[in-house]
Design a protein around this ligand. Sequence first.
Ligand code: S3P
Length: 174
Amino acid sequence: MEAILIGFMGSGKTTVGRLLAEQLQTAHADLDELIVQRAGQPITAIFARQGEGQFRQLEQRTLLAALQRPGILSTGGGTPTTAANAAILTTSSIPVIWLDATDATILARVAADDGRPLVNELDTTALLTLKQRRAALYAAAADLVIATDRLTPTQISQRIVDWLAQSAQRVIQA
Ligand code: S3P
């Protein structure tokens, strides 16, 4: 992988990941989609039938496999929340980018989607508490943070491209 996108549900990881991959002319993988392919069932069914714990184990195995592939990886909102996944993200040399967004933006984006078990399960207060709790985990895993609210997906993608180019230059100079 060339870059990994992290962030809360509805932060734009999949949309920006696709654009970024297009811009960099590389492949894009979405961790949730890879999990669905592996499990042969939707995320909501994995949560309902096997529980979140099993989902996280599947997520970890899928993450490890995905890191071997080229391109951009959009993770799930909960990926960095298990100790094992956090360790994988922080120890890998692949740049990790946190797409941050305000509570209002997240709520507006996730409201219309019933494919997310945690959104279906939690009320607004609990969802925002979860978001707040996760912020420290995203911060710990991230090499770059982008406050996305006032930016279009294309602008976000361009910022990442610029940052990746600068990081590459620093490596060459070092
Ligand atoms: C989750 C986020 C989802 C998906 C699953 C759990 C989470 O991914 O992995 O529903 O714990 O935040 P998105 O962030 O792509 O919605």
